[in-house]
Ligand binder design. Structure first.
Ligand code: HEC
Length: 469
């Protein structure tokens, strides 16, 4: 109670002043993190001074302050395994912003201020969260900033000449060669203004085995080559505004790879944007001074099941009709049901939907399924024109049942997920019904005996299980 009165008093006493982050820090954080940010009681608590957790992307620290943190966490070479209680109910957005701005700019920390709007947006985006984060959850969403880029031994070479496509560099002589110690590609401080080409060569340090994503945009042309293989290319003349940006995947083993980027500036503006994502991560790491902008690289806002209940998504989903109902089941199984075709349309595994495209307005663009193993089921309408979609209901566990009326008959189509399989129960009332079943080759469907027509009898439900081969 006392704790609630203090911020109220401060807000009343200082109506026109910005929140004093330092004072709020001493009130709400220093008991554990120390007035000097080094961790109270001789470092029994983790430090905020110098902690990469508070640097870079402010998402990490905002989420930790809102909902708390528990379980093992590594901070500057030491593992803590404690509990930080959530502060979100006690501290309003402007106070959290002020405290974190103070933390990010004190004791030698040098990070950008945190705005009230940012805290507010994060609070809204995570409003269903009612448990403390684990360090793993936070890192999956917001990896720690890399101290250096993945490029070491980066050397740039500049070539003068007029070309309309990337030239054959093997016959050319460089006019300028430089070592780029920061591991960052830049063309803005090139010695030539127009009509030049460049090569960067470096060692790319891949942190893990797996599939990497590379994003390239350039004004004008550019080409990324790893271990002698073409990975991603932007051709011809044009602006660097995302419209010509390309994303490609490359499978790399953990360790060092020969990295080569070729670039061509024809005339006018110049620039290069190059980013990469490590396997199974969401954030871009930038290898260029210019970082990608919102269109192609805005940060993901994953929509995911909460507390073991499926999540429903009502918006345009790529690959199906405009009236689709997305269902993200716990365990990484996902369904899009088409209310136009009166049938399940898509199944996929892994992440459900990235809400970032729709965060500010509904818009007209479609969101692609965010996960993997996408399978298309129905491509067209399952029943005659007279059939009607009658909506869907959720059972107490949050699992949907879609209903379709075909003349006098009602078809109930229920879905739930269980350890890697989707279980579909079909019930018809009225007379019997022949249901066309699509059997994509990627799936094993049990309960249909390999038939593409399922004969449903009134009052005798049929259960099908769907699993990926
Ligand atoms: C009751 C003690 C306590 C209070 C109060 C507290 N924290 Fe924490 N904080 C912790 C503990 C303990 C951890 C580590 C939790 C773990 O091991 O899982 C932590 C971790 C963190 C981390 C991530 C690790 C690091 O060291 O960078 C940040 C950031 C953080 N706290 C910020 C804050 C801020 C800002 C406040 C004030 C609004 C605050 N904490 C208030 C105990 C506290």
């Amino acid at each position: 109670m006392i704790q609630r009165l203090i911020p109220l008093f401060l807000t009343l006493a200082l109506p026109a002043l910005a929140q004093d982050g330092g004072q709020l820090f001493r009130l709400y954080c220093s008991a554990c993190h120390g007035a000097d940010g080094k961790g109270a009681t001789g470092g029994a608590f983790p430090p905020l001074a110098g902690s990469p957790w508070v640097g870079g992307d402010p998402d990490r620290s905002v989420k930790i302050v809102l909902h708390g943190l528990h379980g093992p966490v590594d901070v500057m070479g030491k593992t803590y395994n404690l509990e930080m209680p959530p502060q979100g109910a006690m501290l309003p957005d402007d106070q959290i912003a002020a405290i974190l701005t103070f933390v990010r700019t004190s004791w030698g920390n040098q990070a950008t201020p945190v705005t009230t709007e940012f805290v507010q947006a994060t609070r809204t985006a995570t409003r269903d969260r009612n448990t403390a984060w684990t360090a793993g959850e936070i890192l999956k969403l917001h990896p720690l900033p890399l101290e250096k880029t993945a490029l070491t031994h980066l050397i740039s070479q500049v070539y003068a000449g007029k070309w309309s496509e990337l030239p054959d560099f093997s016959t050319l002589k460089a006019v300028n060669v430089e070592e780029e110690h920061d591991g960052i590609l830049t063309v803005t401080d090139s010695p030539l203004k127009d009509s030049f080409a460049m090569i960067w060569q470096a060692d790319f340090q891949a942190p893990a085995d797996g599939e990497y994503t590379f994003l390239l945009d350039a004004d004008d042309a550019a080409h990324v080559i790893i271990d002698g293989k073409s990975v991603v290319q932007v051709q011809g003349t044009g602006p660097m505004n995302g419209s010509r940006a390309k994303q490609e995947k490359a499978t790399l083993t953990k360790g060092t790879h020969k990295f080569r980027v070729e670039y061509l500036e024809i005339s006018g503006n110049k620039g290069i944007t190059l980013g990469w994502k490590a396997p199974a991560t969401r954030n871009w790491n930038w290898l260029s001074d210019h970082k990608g902008d919102s269109g192609t690289t805005r940060e993901a806002i994953p929509i995911e099941p909460v507390d073991g209940r499926p999540v429903i998504y009502r918006n345009f989903i790529a690959g199906t009709t405009s009236r689709a109902i997305g269902v993200g089941f716990p365990g990484g199984l996902n369904l899009a049901y088409s209310a136009d075709n009166l049938a399940p349309a898509l199944l996929w595994t892994g992440d459900f939907i990235d809400g970032a495209r729709k965060w500010t307005d509904r818009g007209t663009d479609t969101s692609p399924p965010a996960g993997e193993n996408l399978v298309k089921l129905a491509h067209s309408r399952a029943f005659p024109e007279s059939a009607r979609f009658r909506g869907y209901k959720l059972d107490p566990a949050g699992n949907p049942t879609f209903s379709v009326q075909i003349g006098e008959q009602i078809l109930l189509d229920s879905w739930r997920a269980e350890t890697g399989t989707l279980i579909r129960k079909l019930t018809v009332s009225g007379s019997h019904l022949d249901l066309q079943l699509s059997q994509p080759p990627e799936l094993i469907i049990e309960g249909a005996a390999g038939n593409s027509t399922l004969k449903l009898t009134s009052g005798q439900p049929v259960t099908l299980t769907y699993r990926w081969k």
